[in-house]
Design a protein around this ligand. Structure first.
Ligand code: NOJ
Length: 561
């Protein structure tokens, strides 16, 4: 594999609205990120991905851009971003931005002009179609629910929005639009941005046949993914995008691909000449130990998780690198998703953190993950903020369940759990702000906060720091980046184990994802315990003894293989 600068990435995703407020408006800002760069450097990360900071009416919290060239004043200004880039660089950290180019905000001037004159120049920037028999052009369902089409007032025309109605899809078939997008991207790269996380990228191309399909729900709509996800010909757009922008700057790019990429096109996406450096893949994103399917079956749940993670490694092997992440701004907190509630503690949290940390690929962490932030379940639907939560809530009610049941469903899985303000210390509002934040702080901040953990060598934060240091260490870095991946103990329920081998180095990683102790056979000699979340002696009589939720990284003596 050709070596690239970003191969050693230990990334950290920041949701700027909830990271640190410095101007007392209750909303996080760029200066707040600058203020914490030393903390991030202390953790050991080397890349930051900023969720959208462009000008936006914030209907989808920045994923609805109304001006690609500007920073939203709630976050600061371009000078702040420049300062962030420079200060981060001094600490060996590179900055990636979020690039939202499948759609704009409905307040973007392009769209406003398109509404005024759908047949004019800007009408061609969007996907606008005639309705059929007084109805939408077809029955596609938006990814966020309801029709994917919104009528344009006083016309028989509709515009396409795969996400909310405030996010009209751009028409990538239009070369003039594409040129404008490339110019905008290069502007940010010229400013010193080292790459992008590229939003909703598999949806750029649409199949324009627009036939109605048999509905797959009571709403009369249908999930139209085959017509707007990885549609034949998308590669031409993605290649052109890369060649006109990223490639010229040796930028790092992470494509967000929200469905299973067929294995035969994996190399097109992440291969040496792929469209992107790597992708965020969703294989584990839907799995929740407390969902109806897995409730009271935590071990079967872990086995399923192991199956999908290992299968993905098999698919990507030899083709490129995956981005190993567990949390992001669209998911509830990972420990809540993977561990039954009464089992959540330091041991299960640290074991979860290790689940894919040493797998081939790069690593991405999400703010709050390294201190074990948890979901803040709300007592009323009014305490939520995101339009998609309300759309979903209405859908639940329409399906016939009670308000209490609908709220319970939202509390189980809402992506808003990831967006509560960062818990920095035990001061009011968790040190995130001096004034009431835009979104409720989890009341558990007195116990779970950064300050309480940063100097405690037994904390979750210290554990993550150790894992990062090991992955980045001169001695083991190459092994964790380029080493082979060999599944181990595959048929052992509740165990996720694998070996990484490179040259004469060999490391065995084991997660005991069970609430009971376990003993596993081992034929190799253990040279060194590189990481463990317990202080126990694990070895006796050719077997490894693991405590409940124990996680270990063991160097094997390869001379005795
Ligand atoms: C994926 C982003 O992660 C999500 O937050 C957003 O709502 C959609 N794309 C639409 O941009």
């Amino acid at each position: 594999m050709l070596k690239k600068w970003w191969h050693n990435t230990i990334g950290y995703q920041i949701y700027p609205k909830s990271f640190q407020d410095t101007n007392e408006d209750g909303i996080g800002d760029l200066k707040g990120i600058i203020a914490h760069l030393d903390d991030l450097a202390d953790l050991g990360i080397n890349v930051i991905w900023l969720c959208p900071i462009n000008k936006s009416p914030m209907k989808d919290h920045g994923y609805d851009v109304s001006d690609y060239e500007e920073i939203d004043p709630m976050f600061g200004c371009k000078e702040d971003l420049q300062e962030l880039i420079l200060e981060a660089e001094k600490r060996g950290i590179k900055i990636l931005m979020d690039l939202v180019i499948n759609h704009t905000s409905s307040e973007h001037p392009w769209f406003q002009k398109a509404l005024k004159n759908p047949d004019g120049e800007y009408g061609k920037y969007y996907i606008i179609k005639e309705g059929k028999d007084g109805k939408e052009p077809n029955n596609w369902r938006s990814i966020f629910g309801g029709s994917a089409w919104e009528p344009i007032k006083d016309t028989n025309l509709y515009y396409l929005h795969l996400f909310t109605k405030w996010q009209p899809d751009l028409n990538w078939e239009n070369p003039i639009l594409r040129e404008k997008i490339y110019k905008m991207i290069n502007g940010w790269l010229n400013l010193g941005i080292r790459g992008f996380r590229v939003d909703a990228i598999s949806h750029l191309k649409k199949d324009f046949s627009y036939t109605n399909l048999p509905p797959d729900g009571n709403d009369g709509y249908v999930n139209g993914f085959p017509y707007f996800s990885n549609v034949n010909g998308i590669g031409t757009f993605l290649n052109e995008l890369k060649e006109n922008t990223f490639q010229r700057y040796d930028a790092m790019t992470i494509g967000e691909v929200d469905e299973n990429l067929p294995s035969d096109i994996f190399s097109d996406f992440v291969g040496e000449n792929g469209y992107f450096s790597t992708i965020f893949d969703f294989c584990h994103a839907e799995l929740h130990v407390n969902s109806a399917q897995w409730k009271n079956k935590p071990i079967a749940f872990i086995d399923e998780l192991k199956k999908v993670l290992f299968a993905k490694q098999a698919v990507v092997k030899g083709k490129g690198m995956l981005c190993n992440y567990l949390e992001n701004h669209d998911l509830s907190r990972v420990v809540e998703r993977f561990i039954p509630e009464k089992e959540i503690d330091f041991y299960s949290k640290s074991m979860v953190g290790g689940i894919n940390f040493f797998m081939p690929g790069i690593v991405f962490l999400y703010q709050g993950q390294t201190i074990g932030m948890m979901d803040y379940k709300k007592e009323t639907i009014k305490s939520f903020q995101d339009p998609t939560t309300f759309i979903l809530y209405e859908e639940y009610l329409k399906s016939g369940i009670t308000e209490a049941e609908a709220l319970a469903q939202i509390n189980l899985k809402t992506r808003e759990h990831a967006r509560t303000p960062m818990q920095w210390n035990a001061n009011p509002y968790a040190g995130f702000s001096q004034v009431e934040p835009w979104f409720g702080v989890n009341p558990n901040y007195n116990e779970i906060n950064y300050e309480a953990q940063k100097n405690n060598s037994h904390s979750l934060y210290a554990f993550y720091k150790k894992m990062i240091a090991l992955r980045k260490s001169e001695e083991y870095q190459e092994l964790f980046i380029y080493g082979d991946f060999i599944p181990k103990y595959e048929t052992e329920s509740g165990i996720i184990g694998y070996q990484r081998n490179l040259g004469n180095k060999s490391v065995l990683i084991i997660n005991n994802a069970k609430s009971e102790e376990t003993a596993l056979p081992i034929t190799e000699k253990i040279k060194k315990v590189l990481i463990s979340n317990y202080n126990n002696d694990i070895l006796s009589n050719e077997s490894i003894h693991l405590q409940r939720y124990q996680f270990v990284v063991l160097e094997l003596d390869s001379s005795i293989k």
